[in-house]
Design a protein around this ligand. Sequence first.
Ligand SMILES: [Zn+2]
Length: 234
Amino acid sequence: MARPHIRRISRTPMLSSRRKFTSALLVVDMQYDFVHGSLAVNDATSIIDKINYLLGLPFTIKIATKDWHPPDHVSFAMRHEKTPFSKITVYPPGDDRDDRAREQVLWPMHCVASTPGSDFVEGLHYKALNAVVHKGTHRDIETYSGFRDPWHITVTELPSLLEAQEVTNIFVVGLAGDYCVKCTALDAVEFGYETWVVREAVRDVFDTETHWEEMKKKGIHMVNITEVEEMLKD
Ligand SMILES: [Zn+2]
């Protein structure tokens, strides 16, 4: 197989172009509720083995995100007395200016902090992880990205974990491609990282394919596991 081209020079000033290839694996939301539970993603069980294989590869750091909500989280349909998968408009807490408005899909209650639904899915080799980052912890703020909320009010521990290891390249896998994987990958680019999505180790909530194009347009690369393995041999 042809060796994938690895661009080592960041497009943003945040990372020095002299930094050597340093990799992070980001495992997004591989939790019970997203695989078997209240918000189960179609075919999600089939990526567990693929992610376990990746967890065995020599990334510099391996980090998982967990959706980690209070029981009355803003994204839960129940809180608004609406049907799951309907949509509402949300604003940052205390700021209802029009330009801050965002469409929010209302979900069935899922991944309530410290409940069985928020546990890592059975079979995931979570002991190979170096860190776990929690997101969506604020009652009134939805956070799909592992980095921060869409209004950039709250930031998780993820940026500092990556900075501490001088990471240059981020590899994203997990659930779901059209929400948390996409938002995490888009933020990874904004934070200045060369960003790769291991597409065979991602599953989506909905069947639309537009999110893949959206990611590619922002400079996110799609790779398969064999290509990742080759890159880590450097
Ligand atoms: Zn959630």
